[in-house]
Design a protein around this ligand. Structure first.
Ligand SMILES: Cc1cc2nc3c(=O)[nH]c(=O)nc-3n(C[C@H](O)[C@H](O)[C@H](O)COP(=O)(O)OP(=O)(O)OC[C@H]3O[C@@H](n4cnc5c(N)ncnc54)[C@H](O)[C@@H]3O)c2cc1C
Length: 468
């Protein structure tokens, strides 16, 4: 019997398996033939595409993620980017440079405001202070332990309370006095891609952290995001791929994971499959209803993806955000996030990944194929028009709806738990649970989505398991 069985190999599952394997007999189970979930790279015909995540931010020396990968000897090929993102809005182009002075010039030439310099200084300072704090943890093992863990947030609370209870839209309007409508639209879309929520839905701390990612170290990963998981996999002693866990039963000594490949026993399990989708796996009614109690956090938000293979002599930036003048059909957004492979990346150089926010409810199973083709065409037309790509330079294209994500990653809702003001920490699921041996990690649990958010959950889990 294993000490730990980890179900799912997204950021949370793969990285948890890394630290667990060092101390415990651990097996990682993944339904697909490759690791990474929303951050994987998949092969279709002979082309490679990043499934969802394309940006890798916050990998600076001495940061948790950096130390974690160094400790576990995860070595991958990467390149530091001077600009996290190129934003195209109306007739404006804004490079979100890491360098403060360069960015200030950029934002001032697009949206001059006398308070820009002090505003972005505040953003950088909030980021610096937030990531220097690592003394908090969060447990749900019992009501008393939960209360004690909430007390560990006191330093964070003391430092940031003026920003915790103020709505971001309100703060920004008050800070700037008057703000150009287009500038507000720009800020709205920058916050949305990180926090998965609108300015009016988040507090200012969340908005500031979302706006600050450009000032952190942003890397391009050669070979696609999946190559990072290939590096992780090399360090894992026991990985079972193509193994879909269909049912989980409880026993006196732990859990039994059932799959078409057999039954596997583990004293403890770490679930990395989305919390919104795992309740039906359990036979234990108490566990089922505990997990189902968090279902209300699922707002049914998802993504529509277009994957392209291009053959073009033009050189593109790595990441663009195209802010369109209207919300696109079958989506809830006017913003397209477009990532290009680096021209020196042999595997990904012709690969393009495009994403836009949608809702599961906008997809009608009776005409999903027609909807998919229509939106794919709309998006390709916008990309060509805005980035100067010719339709004839697109040699292959395919797209993914929330249903495609269900088929491959076993989840329809994406983007984790939106960082809305009402989702206070104590309302979030923790990385442990009131049930002995049951743990959870990933973007549907503490702390948030993306590399930075999920890795904060991994850190929390490591502390809960290894330090008690
Ligand atoms: C379109 C899009 C773009 C994004 N862009 C970025 C970005 O640029 N940068 C960034 O940092 N973040 C980005 N994110 C967010 C980031 O990708 C996710 O927050 C993160 O990858 C989620 O990781 P996770 O640990 O929750 O696992 P998931 O990615 O949810 O993976 C779960 C894994 O579990 C497996 N699984 C599920 N059920 C079972 C089962 N029963 N048995 C076995 N295996 C199972 C799945 O196959 C999958 O591999 C993006 C997300 C999306 C959707």
């Amino acid at each position: 019997m294993d000490d730990f069985g980890v179900v799912g190999s997204g950021i949370g599952g793969a990285c948890s398996a890394l630290f667990l394997s060092k101390k415990f007999q651990t097996t990682l189970y993944e339904k697909e033939s490759y690791l990474g979930g929303c951050s994987s790279t998949f092969k279709h015909q002979k082309n490679f595409y990043n499934t969802g995540a394309t940006t890798f931010a916050g990998y600076e020396k001495d940061a948790y993620m950096y130390d974690f990968f160094k400790t576990h000897q995860v070595d991958f090929d990467k390149k530091l980017l001077p600009s996290a993102l190129t934003v195209l809005i109306g007739d404006k182009k804004i490079e979100r440079f890491q360098n403060f002075k360069a960015f200030l010039e950029e934002i001032n030439s697009a949206f001059y405001h006398p308070k820009n310099a002090s505003f972005y200084t505040l953003i950088v300072e909030i980021n610096r202070q937030f990531f220097s704090l690592n003394d908090f943890y969060y447990t749900n093992a019992s009501p008393l332990k939960k209360l004690q863990s909430l007390y560990s947030f006191k330093n964070l609370f003391m430092r940031f309370y003026p920003y915790l209870f103020i709505n971001a839209e309100h703060f920004i309007q008050k800070y700037f006095g008057h703000l150009d409508k287009e500038y507000l639209n720009y800020l709205e879309n920058q916050v949305l891609i990180v926090a998965q929520a609108k300015l009016k839905e988040v507090n200012f701390l969340t908005a500031a952290l979302a706006l600050s990612y450009q000032f952190m170290d942003n890397y391009y990963i050669f070979g696609g995001m999946g190559s990072l998981f290939e590096a992780i996999e090399k360090q894992l002693p026991h990985v079972k791929k193509n193994t879909f866990i269909e049912k989980i039963t409880t026993t006196q000594s732990g859990f039994v994971l059932h799959s078409h490949k057999g039954e596997f026993e583990a004293k403890n399990i770490v679930l990395n499959a989305s919390l919104f989708d795992v309740a039906p796996l359990f036979d234990d009614q108490k566990i089922k209803s505990y997990i189902a109690s968090y279902q209300k956090l699922d707002l049914g938000t998802s993504a529509f993806m277009v994957y392209l293979t291009i053959n073009s002599p033009k050189v593109f930036k790595h990441h663009y955000q195209i802010i369109h003048h209207e919300i696109l059909k079958y989506t809830i957004s006017n913003s397209l996030f477009v990532s290009f492979g680096d021209s020196y990346d042999t595997r990904m150089k012709q690969s393009v990944t495009i994403s836009v926010h949608t809702k599961n409810a906008l997809w009608d199973e009776h005409c999903i194929l027609e909807q998919k083709m229509e939106l794919e065409d709309i998006i390709k037309t916008i990309i060509c028009e805005k980035l100067g790509l010719e339709m004839s330079e697109i040699v292959n294209s395919l797209s993914a709806t929330p249903q495609t994500f269900k088929r491959f990653i076993n989840r329809t809702s994406l983007g984790g738990i939106p960082m809305r003001q009402e989702n206070l920490i104590f309302k979030l699921p923790s990385n442990d649970s009131p049930f002995k041996g049951l743990y959870h990690v990933g973007d549907t649990t503490f702390a948030a989505q993306g590399w930075l958010g999920v890795m904060m959950g991994v850190r929390n889990l490591e502390r809960l398991i290894c330090k008690g």
